[in-house]
Design a protein around this ligand. Structure first.
Ligand code: PLP
Length: 378
C-alpha cells in the first residue's frame, strides 16, 4: 500500500510500539505509595519535562497528558477562565474538536464569532483584526490546517490579540504542526496549545495540553485528582512514555524529514499540474506544512478518485477523516468554482514515504483523473 493520508493518522514508529509494549510491564498505579509506583510517577514527570523541552516551553510552564487532540481542544475552550458572555473568536477553518465546543459555548451565552479564512485555508488576518474588540476573552486559531496544510502565523496573531485585548487568552491547536515544523511555544507566545501523538508516528488515544505559566484553567474531568487535580484518571505510563518517545524522535528528525516531505509534495504539485493543467492547487506554496498537498481536480469527484486510487493500492484523503459533515462545511469555505468544488483530494506524505511511491502516484492520479473526467463527460 502507498499510504498518503498521514494528516488523518500516521504509521506509528515501530520503536514507539515496542516502547509501549515494554513499558506495559510497569503496570503499577503511579498514584500508589510503594516504590515501584513512585518510580512510575517519576517517569511520567520526566516525560512531561521532556515534552515541554521538545516544544521549547519554559520549565515552569505546565502540560497535562490527555486522551488526544479532541480532549485537549475541548479542555482549552471549556476549561479556560472566560469573562461571562465575553467574545470568543475561533477561525472558520478549525477542526470540529474546536468548532463544536465553540458552538456549545455560543449556546451557553458567549458571543462566539468565526474568523474568515483565505482560499488556501489560512486565517484572513485583515478580517480577524476587525473582530478584536475589548470584549474578547478567548481566541482559538489552529497552527496548521488539517485540510490544506496552510500554516498560520501564530506569533503575529498572538501579538495582534495581546496588544488589542490584553486579557484575552490565546489557544492554538497544534495537532497537525508538531513533528512537521519546528515549534517553539515560548516564541509563539500562546497560552494553550494542543498536541496529539497519532499525528507524529505515535499511538492513538494520547495527547497533551500545554498551559503557559500563570494561565488560569479549570478541569473538565473530575475524579481521583491525578495530574495535580487538573485531569483525573489513572495515569498511563506506557502511553505517556511512548508519546514522549515519538515526539522526541519526530523533533530530532524534523530537518531531514521535512526536507524529504517537501520534496515529495513539490513533486506531486508539479507532476499533477503537468498532467492535469486545469487542477487547482489549494495548499499555498509558502507557509504550509511540508507534508500536505491539497488539490481540487477539475470535473471529477474527490471521492470517486479516492476509490479509483485505492483499487491501485494508493490511499489518499478527501479532507477531515473525522466527519463528512465537516468536509462539506470546509468545501463551502474554499471559494471554488462548480467544476472544482467536489474534486478535493488531500495527499499527505510522511517520513516513511519514498520517491518511487510518489512517482507511481503521479502516474496513477493523472491516468485515473483523465479517465474519470472522460467518463463524466459521456
Ligand atoms: N485537531 C486537528 C487539527 C486534527 O487534525 C485532529 C485530528 O484529525 C484533531 C484535532 C483531533 O485529534 P485526536 O484525533 O487526537 O482526537
Amino acid at each position: 500500500m502507498i499510504y498518503l493520508d498521514n494528516a488523518a493518522t500516521t504509521k506509528p514508529y515501530p520503536e514507539a510500539v515496542a516502547h509501549y509494549a515494554t513499558v506495559c510491564s510497569e503496570y503499577f498505579n503511579p498514584a500508589a505509595l510503594y516504590s515501584s509506583a513512585v518510580d512510575c510517577a517519576r517517569k511520567i514527570a520526566t516525560c512531561k519535562m521532556n515534552t515541554l523541552k521538545y516544544l521549547r516551553a519554559a520549565d515552569d510552564d505546565d502540560l497535562y497528558f490527555t486522551s488526544g487532540g479532541t480532549e485537549s481542544d475541548n479542555w482549552a475552550l471549556f476549561g479556560t477562565k472566560k469573562q461571562k458572555g465575553g467574545r470568543i473568536i475561533v477561525s472558520e477553518g478549525e477542526h470540529d474538536a474546536v468548532i463544536n465546543p465553540a458552538k456549545e459555548l455560543s449556546a451557553q451565552g458567549y458571543d462566539v464569532v468565526f474568523a474568515p479564512i483565505n482560499p488556501d485555508g489560512s486565517v484572513n488576518e485583515a478580517e480577524f483584526v476587525k473582530l478584536l474588540t475589548p470584549a474578547v476573552t478567548l481566541v482559538s486559531i489552529m497552527h496548521a490546517s488539517n485540510e490544506t496544510g496552510a500554516v498560520n502565523d501564530i506569533k503575529r496573531l498572538v501579538n495582534l490579540v495581546k496588544t488589542r485585548c490584553p486579557k484575552a487568552l490565546f489557544h492554538s491547536d497544534g495537532v497537525q504542526a508538531v513533528g512537521k515544523i519546528a515549534v517553539n511555544l515560548r516564541a509563539l507566545g500562546v497560552d494553550l496549545y494542543s498536541i496529539s501523538a497519532h499525528k507524529l508516528h505515535g499511538l492513538k488515544g494520547i495527547g497533551a495540553l500545554y498551559v503557559k505559566k500563570g494561565v488560569s484553567l479549570k478541569p473538565i474531568i473530575y475524579g481521583g485528582g491525578q495530574q495535580k487535580g487538573m485531569r483525573s484518571g489513572t495515569e498511563n505510563l506506557p502511553m505517556v512514555s511512548s508519546f514522549a518517545f515519538s515526539l522526541s524522535k519526530s523533533c530530532a528528525e524534523i530537518e531531514t524529514s521535512s526536507a524529504e516531505c517537501q520534496k515529495y509534495t513539490a513533486m506531486l504539485r508539479q507532476g499533477i499540474l503537468e498532467g492535469l493543467p486545469t487542477t487547482k492547487i489549494i495548499t499555498p506554496e509558502n507557509c504550509a506544512l511540508p507534508n500536505v498537498l491539497t488539490v481540487a481536480f477539475d470535473g471529477i469527484r474527490g471521492e470517486v478518485l479516492l476509490h479509483a486510487l485505492e483499487k491501485q493500492g494508493i490511499v489518499v484523503g478527501i479532507g477531515s477523516a473525522c466527519s463528512s459533515h465537516h468536509e462539506s462545511r470546509f468545501k463551502r469555505l474554499l471559494d471554488l468554482d462548480n467544476s472544482h468544488r467536489d474534486g478535493i483530494v488531500r495527499f499527505s506524505v510522511s517520513r516513511f514515504t519514498t520517491e518511487e511511491e510518489i512517482e507511481q502516484t503521479i502516474v496513477a492520479v493523472c491516468d485515473s483523473a483523465l479517465k474519470l473526467a472522460d467518463y463524466a463527460q459521456k
